[in-house]
Design a protein around this ligand. Structure first.
Ligand SMILES: [Zn+2]
Length: 180
């Protein structure tokens, strides 16, 4: 799996390309919904390390890394947000589903000593992973300060700089074509 660096930057950048109305509240602050919500959704799947810490059972990259969970969670969040904040259910649902799925895509493209993701569980128990990995995996077992982390951190930071630059170029392109 990539670390939260790649996941959160991907969620943040992806959100800027999607139609959304999350900026209705606190529109001009960096911690507004528009920025916070996609980052939260993009890293959500890896919160499964919490029950693993508590119980010692292996949960990581289990049910939270399946499509059925992505759809279920998007439905729940879309219902909650549209109910309490009067946003469009359909828009929040699709927005959440796309951002959440970006996590699964990134994990799919990671070199892993494990077997991959059971994306279509419970329909099939088959594990899926890309034959051509893009992200080096994070070796959690080596502790917080291991030299091997340098590789994934530099890789993920380069990836982050790349996609943020694409976003920046796109924004500039748009504002030159459609000045506000
Ligand atoms: Zn993950």
């Amino acid at each position: 799996m990539p670390s939260p660096i790649a996941h959160s930057v991907s969620g943040y950048v992806l959100a800027k390309f999607l139609p959304q109305e999350l900026s209705k509240y606190y529109p001009s602050r960096w911690w507004n919904w528009e920025n916070f919500y996609p980052v939260f959704i993009a890293i959500f799947a890896d919160f499964d390390f919490i029950p693993q810490l508590i119980t010692g059972e292996i949960f990581h990259r289990g049910i939270t890394h399946t499509l059925i969970f992505a759809i279920g969670l998007s439905l729940v969040f879309a219902w909650l947000i549209s109910y309490f904040c009067k946003y469009s259910f359909k828009q929040i649902f699709l927005f959440t589903l796309v951002i959440y799925s970006s996590h699964l895509v990134l994990d799919f493209f990671t070199t892993t000593s494990g077997s991959g993701l059971q994306l279509f569980w419970p329909l099939t128990d088959t594990y899926f992973k890309s034959a051509i990995p893009i992200f080096p995996s994070v070796h959690h077992s080596k502790g917080l300060f291991d030299i091997s982390h340098f590789i994934f951190i530099s890789w993920e930071l380069s990836y982050s700089v790349l996609i943020v630059s694409i976003l920046w170029l796109w924004k500039n392109f748009r504002s030159s074509k459609f000045p506000e």
